[in-house]
Design a protein around this ligand. Sequence first.
Ligand code: G3H
Length: 323
Amino acid sequence: MSTTTAPFAEVASSNAALRAFLHGLPGVDRVGADARAAMLGTRSIKTTAKAQAIDLAISMVDLTTLEGADTPGKVRAMCAKAVHPDPTDPSVPRVAAVCVYPDLVATAVRALDGSGVKVASVATAFPSGRSSLDVKVTDTALAVAAGAAEIDMVIDRGAFLSGDYLKVFEEIVAVKAACGAGGAQGEHSAHLKVILETGELATYDNVRRASWLAMLAGADFIKTSTGKVQPAATLPVTLIMLEAVRDFRLRTGRVVGVKPAGGIRTTKDAIKNLVLVNETVGADWLTPDLFRLGASTLLNDLLMQRQKMATGRYAGPDYFTLD
Ligand SMILES: O=C[C@H](O)COP(=O)(O)O
């Protein structure tokens, strides 16, 4: 596969070669990973650093709505909130992106025009991934043509768990190609986030293998979860994925982002994630270009905590518009 990251060009020549590579990765020490994530999760941050961390977390949010009942009106309201999370306080940063189903991309693109907030769209038969490759590629190309700057694809967990790594690899390569094929003049190229759905992968070793598989196939980001399966973005899983991007950069020179998503609801959760990033891959990754928090209901808590730090009191959830 010519698209494979150069030092690993032979790895994807066959399923056997991929299997040998992925199963040759060092095994994850489950007890050690759980303990390290728990230990880092207890780190406290001083007040000034906490204020900065809250603003950083806001700027990393992929504000998400992925419900069958989503309407253009709901998406427009969410876009307004993404640009001005607190309309009474212009010092609050905008979020990184909004994340919607493909049929709502055009609505979000219009609402966010010129704002700097990106439009991300789930694709590839989200959340199950159970469809033909043709459908997945078309799903992706349509979202990109409608203006999505980022595509959040799901991997075929059935293929992965059956050991058909080449199928998963080739789907990612095909979807990545579709990310570059959209746009009126074909000039538009979307970033690809690959969702591993770690809650279905059964073991931490599989999380490490799926992370490498996605990166080898060209992922710009690896993302934990769809938000539709439990457990979703646990700290140990995010830790293992951060270790994978760190090791991948060491071996290839290529930098891949990480997006925990699903179940991140509080400022405490967000800050624990930022500590994990800082301690695992370093401050280089503390930017929305390389780290995102996928969440449907986190933003209001960040805003409440931010206001509490500024004024000494909570405004209460009713003060902010609904997430
Ligand atoms: O991609 C993001 C997830 O769908 C959001 O999950 P959440 O509703 O648990 O925040």
